[in-house]
Design a protein around this ligand. Structure first.
Ligand SMILES: [Fe+2]
Length: 439
């Protein structure tokens, strides 16, 4: 819109419209008051001089006439100085008025002053543009009529809170222009006192945040698409593991269930819990290249076999490192066998060097490995699993992950589905039942 035109229509005459229009006089220019005083002083002097004039000018002596002329000249100079001061005061007033217009009316945000009942008492030019209504027509309109009905509860709640607590309130809501065109707005409200009546008023800054909201929605959509793409990739990898090694697939699922419950118990944000879920269900994906004979070997592993097994963390990282994802999935998988004292593998990371998610996965992984049946041995029992993490809390395992795990299983009756994988009775009878292996 043409702000110049509006300036002419709505703002040129401060006495029109709401009758509450600010003028530069109200900015408290000292020159304005000084100008009136000068004028008064000049008028008083003129009256004084007139009273001193003799009735018959012809009776004046040449000296007296000369004296009078001199005084008149001095008086004229004084008047000229006063006149100059008045002109300067007028010019400063104009500058002040223009600055006020720029700062208040041409501000890039809407300023609205509301009564305690929420009626518009004042509005700047941008507010009229945002609300699509002339300034004079806005006077005494309730602001809530410009708010989408679905968001009016939010608006009323914030306004109530503002006057109850006197604490500034910020809210984002959908508004409607007078022509019903919707826009997203950010309202920042503070309380103040009306300059004339002293009544409490609410000063609200209204900003159009439609563009930002659109950008956020687009970003959210892209993130959602990326999440779906990652989910599909993960599902494909899970299927590949299930086909090759059903035991590992079951272990990953149970580890994930526990790790998610732990992360939720720790109060981590849902986004982070979702990342743990994604990484959890494929944390042993690096084993996909290993021969099944090694993975389910019922006897003790040779040094070479064990080093091959240990490679699965790095292999998993290699498989996942190029998957574009909102979460550091490849790193979580890379780090799930690290221990906080640096004794883990493959990189021997310590404490904070290990991602929080990986520290959670590490605890869930070990608990599942000990408590579940293995192809070559029965479960060693949940008590043994909890004893392991309790004993090594703060040494191998992050206490921040151990505590919620203990609480979940001991107090909140969280259950691992440890019978999900059928035990091979033949292997058990071979005397391997007590063999403790947590790879
Ligand atoms: Fe693993």
């Amino acid at each position: 819109m043409n702000t110049k035109d509006n300036r002419q229509d709505d703002f040129a005459d401060p006495s029109t419209g709401s009758g509450r229009v600010h003028t530069a006089d109200s900015t408290g220019s000292p020159q304005a008051g000084g100008g009136h005083a000068l004028r008064r002083r000049a008028e008083d002097t003129a009256r004084e001089k007139a009273a001193q004039m003799p009735e018959n000018m012809e009776s004046l002596s040449p000296e007296a006439a000369w004296q009078l002329l001199h005084e008149l000249r001095v008086y004229q100079i004084e008047l000229e100085i006063q006149n100059e001061e008045l002109r300067r005061a007028q010019a400063e007033l104009e500058v002040s008025r223009a600055r006020y217009f720029d700062l208040y009316h041409l501000a890039p945000v809407g300023y609205v002053t509301l009564s305690e009942k929420g009626l518009i008492l004042e509005a700047n030019l941008m507010a009229t543009v945002l609300l699509g209504m002339a300034r004079s027509a806005l006077f005494k309109q309730p602001l809530f009529r410009f708010i989408l009905p679905e968001d009016q509860d939010l608006y009323h709640r914030h306004r109530k809170l503002l006057f109850e607590t006197r604490a500034p309130q910020v809210s984002e809501m959908r508004m409607l222009r007078a022509d019903a065109a919707p826009f997203w707005a950010r309202l920042e409200a503070t309380t103040a006192q009306d300059g004339e009546s002293g009544a409490p008023v609410c000063r609200t800054v209204v900003s159009d945040i439609t563009e930002r909201k659109r950008a956020e929605e687009k970003l959210q959509e892209s993130l959602e698409q990326l999440r779906r793409a990652v989910e599909t990739t993960i599902q494909v990898l899970v299927l590949a593991v299930e086909t090759k090694d059903p035991y590992t697939a079951g272990h990953q699922k149970r580890t994930t269930n526990l790790a998610r419950a732990m992360a939720t118990e720790m109060g981590l944000p849902p986004e982070m819990v979702e990342g743990i879920r994604m990484a959890g269900v494929i944390h042993d994906i690096g084993k996909i290249g290993l021969p099944t004979e090694i993975l389910s070997k019922p006897t003790k592993l040779s040094a070479i076999e064990y080093s091959l097994i240990k490679e699965h963390a790095r292999q998993g990282y290699e498989i996942l490192k190029d998957v574009e994802s909102p979460w550091p999935l490849a790193e979580m998988v890379y780090q799930h066998h690290e221990r906080i004292n640096g004794s883990g593998y493959p990189r021997g990371l310590k404490g904070e060097e290990i991602l929080v998610e990986a520290r959670i996965l590490a605890v869930a992984d070990i608990v599942e490995a000990i408590a579940s049946h293995r192809p070559y041995r029965p479960s060693l029992g949940m008590d043994a699993a909890l004893e392991e993490i309790e004993k090594n809390r703060g040494i191998l395992y992050d206490p921040a992950a151990v505590e919620p795990c203990l609480r979940l299983i001991r107090e909140k009756r969280f259950q691992l589905d440890v019978d999900a994988y059928p035990i091979d009775k033949k292997l058990l009878s071979d005397g391997n039942a007590a063999f403790f292996k947590t790879h």
